[in-house]
Design a binder for this molecule. Structure first.
Ligand SMILES: C[S@@+](CC[C@H](N)C(=O)[O-])C[C@H]1O[C@@H](n2cnc3c(N)ncnc32)[C@H](O)[C@@H]1O
Length: 466
């Protein structure tokens, strides 16, 4: 059955969607790092603006009026921004509060008067240079930075723990001064822009780095950041946002009716309870992959330092709401069952469950539980979309395969079949990336199968509501 699914992968491209695989641009987020607005916040598991542009061009370009775009896994808002730029109304769900903040700020930044942002940046630079002036001198002399005046009012978040000090003492003092000044900004929208800019640069000045998961620099063989030009780095980010904002406003102002955006910081599995029936024209999204990439752990510093979480326990509720849960949260449960009938998938899950029994929940059994939860959530999101999509509405899902305990799980084919079980029509599965690195489990100990059968790829799964 596994071979059968692998074979199907290459042939699923049925009519009427006859687009060649090259019609979509590379979906890797890497591209976004150069693009206006998208470059504001790095997001390891995002997709590219070019990919979204291609999908919108293909499926809705002929219609300009009353188009509603949904991204149930909005991340930092790539789909939402691209939808707005074309004058479409957009709705995004995002469970991670930091990513939700990024989406919300990007979807409303064009309302901000650029001159007001510019004045705020100049005030920020002025105050920050004054308040941190003594710290570089103290650092050069080897003096204690906590004795430098003035003392910042902000404190490191009490509930935040890290294995090694997250910031070196001089950097931390500078960071606290910057936070003080950001919190003094009177306009809430500009304050949120500044907080987002702060979130976008904190890893760069910290003793941690993405490899691609967040870990200490020391563990990655890198030197700690003992001192950094925090004010200069933050100010550069703010100026980048200002430059983009001027163009972004012009792009949106050209529409007679200003497109509307709604960003909901909730679990999208329940979106059918929050949106009316037949409300959405197109979904363009990329849910978490079946690779246990831990979005929450990888954004812990952002969540705590931006006051989006107070205690580690706060993260639990987000963990449970995360699509597919996490292996850590389900590995020890009793064997979990699929909520729907799909014999091919049951067979695949069983083939995972019997691997490495000597490892207990760390072997096949734990991973089978995780895969089952993941596909149960795939089923639930397809049911929700069936509810909110208009007739003939389309859903474009970017998904990657996974190799779990040596079993190659073709998530794209399986997702397409689940969509059909939920009453959607599978229009095609387009290979869009032959090789995937980075946010994958490629270097993980759970990937221990035959190297020839261990290629990681990405596909766009196209489903239509009849
Ligand atoms: C692959 S990323 C999407 C990135 C997005 N395409 C972009 O370009 O920024 C998946 C996102 O889904 C979010 N997520 C996970 N479970 C969710 C849920 N149940 N409801 C809403 N969002 C969820 C994660 O926090 C993550 O940001």
């Amino acid at each position: 059955m596994l071979t059968q699914l692998a074979f199907n992968l290459d042939i699923i491209n049925p009519e009427p969607d006859t687009m060649s695989s090259t019609a979509f641009r590379d979906p890797a987020f890497e591209q976004n790092k150069q693009d206006a607005v998208h470059r504001w916040v790095p997001w390891i598991a995002g997709f590219s603006a070019g990919f979204v542009a291609d999908a919108l061009q293909r499926y809705v370009s002929a219609r300009r009026q009353n188009v509603r775009v949904l991204d149930p896994f909005a991340g930092v808002g790539t789909t939402l921004v691209e939808g707005l730029r074309r004058g479409y109304d957009v709705i995004g769900f995002e469970v991670n509060p930091f990513a939700a903040l990024a989406s919300r700020v990007k979807c409303s930044a064009f309302e901000v008067e650029p001159q007001e942002l510019w004045n705020t940046i100049l005030t920020f630079e002025d105050k920050a240079r004054q308040r941190t002036a003594d710290l570089d001198r103290a650092f050069a002399n080897g003096d204690d930075p906590t004795q430098c005046l003035p003392a910042p009012e902000s404190r490191p978040p009490a509930g935040f723990r890290s294995r090694v000090p997250f910031f070196s003492p001089t950097v931390e003092r500078k960071v606290l001064h910057c936070l003080d000044i950001i919190r003094e900004i009177p306009q809430p929208q500009i304050r949120d822009i500044a907080l987002l800019a702060f979130g976008a640069i904190i890893i760069q000045v910290s003793n941690y780095s993405y490899e691609p998961s967040l870990g200490s620099r020391a563990a990655a063989g890198k030197a700690n950041v003992l001192n950094a030009d925090v004010v200069g780095i933050l100010s550069k980010k703010l100026r980048e946002i200002y430059d983009d904002l001027r163009l972004y406003r012009k792009e949106i102002e050209k529409f007679v009716t200003r497109p509307k955006a709604l960003v909901i910081n909730e679990n999208s599995l329940f979106l059918h309870q929050m949106l009316p029936r037949e409300h959405i024209d197109i979904v363009i999204t990329s849910p978490p992959y079946l690779n246990n990439y831990h979005y929450l752990r990888n954004t812990r510093p952002h969540l705590f330092w931006l006051n989006l979480a107070d205690k580690t326990i706060d993260l639990k509720k987000f963990e449970h709401a995360n699509f597919g849960k996490y292996w850590q949260t389900v590995r020890g449960s009793q064997p979990i069952r699929l909520n729907f009938s799909m014999p091919d998938l049951e067979e695949i899950i069983e083939s995972i469950a019997i691997k490495n029994p000597e490892k207990g929940v760390y072997g096949g059994r734990g991973w089978a539980n995780y895969a089952t939860e993941y596909f149960n959530d795939c089923h639930q999101i397809c049911m929700s979309l069936q509810h909110v999509l208009k007739s003939k509405g389309i859903a474009v899902f970017v998904l990657g395969n996974s190799i779990i305990q040596g079993v190659n799980v073709h998530t794209d084919c399986l997702f397409g079949n689940i969509g059909e079980l939920c009453g959607l029509k599978l229009e095609g599965i387009h290979p869009i990336r032959e090789k995937r690195v980075g946010n994958s489990i490629i270097n993980s100990s759970i990937r221990n199968g035959d190297p020839k059968n261990s290629r990681l790829y990405e596909s766009a799964v196209i489903l239509r509501k009849p």
